[in-house]
Design a binder for this molecule. Sequence first.
Ligand code: PGA
Length: 256
Amino acid sequence: MSKRTYLIAGNWKLNAGAQDGLDLAQGIADVAKGASNVDVVISPPLTVIAAIAATIEDAESDVEIAGQNLYPKSSGAFTGEISAAMLKSAGASWVLVGHSERRQLFGETNTQVREKIEAAVAGELRPIACIGESLEEREANKTLEVVFEQVDAFADLLKENPGNIVIAYEPVWAIGTGKVASPEQAQEVHAAIRGRLAEKVSAEVAEKTRILYGGSVKGENATELLGCADIDGALVGGASLKPEGFGQIIAAAQKL
Ligand code: PGA
C-alpha cells in the first residue's frame, strides 16, 4: 500500500493576526501552488480566519484553514470561547486540539481533549489531536506510557472517523527549542502510536491514520523526518511564519 497523503500544517500560535496574517496566507497560497499531492493547512489566529478564507479563495488555492482551539459546547454562557460551528462558518475546516501549550499553560486534560475532538467531529471539523511527552518524562523513560495514555483518551473516536482525525506527535522538549527529535527517535514513537491504534482500534484504522511529527521542523530537516515510514506530515510552528521556510517543507513532502 502506498504511503498516506502527506499533511503539512502551520501553527501560527499568537502571531500574524492582522494584515501580516493576510500577507502570510497569500505567500503560503503562492508557495503551495502545484503541491497537489500534499495537503496544506494553516492555523492562524481567530481574528483573521474569515479574511484569510477569502484570500485563499481569491488565490484559487487548496490551502485549508484550522482553528487553534475550540470549546466543546455549541452555545451558551461561556465568555471568551468559540464553537466548532463558529470556526466552520468563519472558513475553517480543521482544528488543532490539545496542543502542548494548551495542556501546559491552560491546564487542558486528556478528558477535555477528548470532548473537543468529539465536538469537532460533530461540527464537521477535522481535528489534529496533539500529543507528546515532556523532557522530564522522556528522561524517566515514560515517553510511551505518556503518549499511550493521551492516545487512549480518544482512540475509539477514530473508529467511526478513519482518516478524518489526524494525530500530531510533538515531543514538548522539541517545540520552539531548535532541538528536533532525530528521525530514529521520531519514527520509533510514531510506529509505537500506530501499533497502539492497531491494538486499541483496528489494523485498518491504524493504517489509515495520519500521524504528523512536530517540534522544530524546518526546511533543512524535513526530508529526513518525512522520509520515515510512519511520519505522514508535519505540524510546524516557527518555520510556518515565513512562506519560503514553510514552502521548503511542503516541497520536501512533495518530492518524497
Ligand atoms: P515549532 O512548533 O515548530 O516552533 O517547534 C511546533 C508546534 O508547536 O506545533
